[in-house]
Design a protein around this ligand. Structure first.
Ligand SMILES: [Mg+2]
Length: 366
């Protein structure tokens, strides 16, 4: 292997990334909810004279109908096309449902849209060794809970995982292993690369670059000179290398865990014993996502279902698991003796920010 075939810097351990993509999402939801649309060419959106198609069912795609196509063109391609009004509230609710399913396996979820997300399952919450098995489980649960199908791509980086999810669509999945990666990209037309739009593809073609192999034959200097900042990205993906991390949803405001006991508890020791695994879970999430927080909340649900919450904020982000446990136990201790037996305990951390950014500055840097 020549030096140019390796990434600069320290080697990164092999990651396990899944790209999940719902099949013809909006159109499938409409067909699910209206049996009369099943088996028929359906376009969501675009009913107005100058509208565009937001999504097309597989039956419509056979006629060449595509999303973003003007509805006039779509109707010409497929005269029997049925236009349906989009119902975004329904799509959003399903999107939340599938994200909850993803969250059973990993907190590192990067949604790309309502129906697509990257998941980093290198370390996964159920300890499933093979990412392909996680993808199977997720797809089966999506089917069971929503009645809809999803496809999955499984690989060691985001770029290849996204390519892979297209490979067995609909209702399929495909693995691109580290051994297969470079060969997989070699024959791929540049226009099919995620991140290479039509304009860039045309420019590449003009330079004699038609496939991954053609890019691979160019030097990094050539790619930089012709494609600016994106040059290096194209250079590396043509070798099947993509080090971009899966970025967990940053809008999340708190991270928490809770547990209902099989029998109600009231002894402090017993409650602390139940609190510890919750602290572990919250802290694991923080470590996995790089989230740090300053506010700890303990939730106590009594046997009669009354709920109380107690919070404490500290000046600087909680730095470790033990500090989180100490604060949570302190909040619980302050409530002792409890007036009633407890059926559920919860711990959560809020005032979140991502480690290394946006933390309120407490000391002056030099
Ligand atoms: Mg989709």
């Amino acid at each position: 292997m020549s030096e140019s075939d390796t990434m600069p810097g320290a080697p990164v351990a092999v990651r396990k990334i899944i790209h999940i993509d719902m099949d013809a999402f909006y159109a499938s939801v409409e067909q699910r909810d209206n049996p009369e649309l099943r088996g028929k060419p359906v376009a969501v959106g675009g009913s107005a004279a100058r509208g565009v198609v937001a999504a097309a069912s597989y039956e419509a795609r056979k006629f060449g109908v595509r999303s973003a196509m003007p509805s006039v063109t779509a109707k010409r391609q497929c005269p029997d096309l049925i236009f349906v009004r989009p119902r975004f509230e329904v799509y959003k609710a399903i999107s939340r449902q599938i994200r909850d399913i993803f969250a059973e396996h990993t907190p590192i979820i990067e949604p790309l849209s309502l129906d697509e997300a990257y998941l980093d399952v290198t370390e996964n919450l159920q300890g499933i060794p093979l990412a392909r098995d996680i993808a199977l489980k997720i797809r089966a649960k999506i089917k069971a809970e929503t009645g809809l199908t999803a496809s999955a791509g499984i690989s060691y980086n985001k770029f290849l995982a996204k390519l892979a999810s297209d490979h067995r669509k609909p209702d399929g999945q495909f693995v691109i292993s580290p051994e297969m990666g470079p060969a997989f990209v070699e024959t791929l037309p540049v226009g099919k690369f995620h991140g290479i739009g039509p304009a860039t593809a045309a420019k590449m073609n003009a330079l004699g670059l038609f496939t991954g192999r053609d890019i691979r034959n160019q030097s990094l200097e050539f790619m930089n000179a012709n494609f600016g900042k994106s040059g290096a990205y194209y250079y590396w993906i043509s070798r099947g290398v993509d080090e971009r991390p899966v970025r967990a949803n940053r809008t999340r405001k708190s991270v928490g865990a809770e547990n209902t006991f099989s029998t109600d508890l009231d002894a402090f020791d017993a409650l602390v014993a139940e609190l510890r695994p919750l602290v572990d879970k919250v802290w694991r999430h923080c470590e996995a996502t790089g989230n740090r927080g300053r506010t700890v909340t303990v939730k106590i649900k009594f046997a009669d279902f009354e709920i109380i919450t107690r919070s404490r904020s500290v000046a600087a982000a909680i730095a470790g698991r033990d500090e989180l446990e100490r604060l949570a136990c302190g909040l619980l201790e302050a409530e002792m003796p409890l007036p009633k037996r407890v059926r559920l305990l919860g711990v959560s951390l809020s005032s979140l920010h991502t480690a290394g950014e946006a933390e309120p500055q407490l000391t002056l840097g030099i």
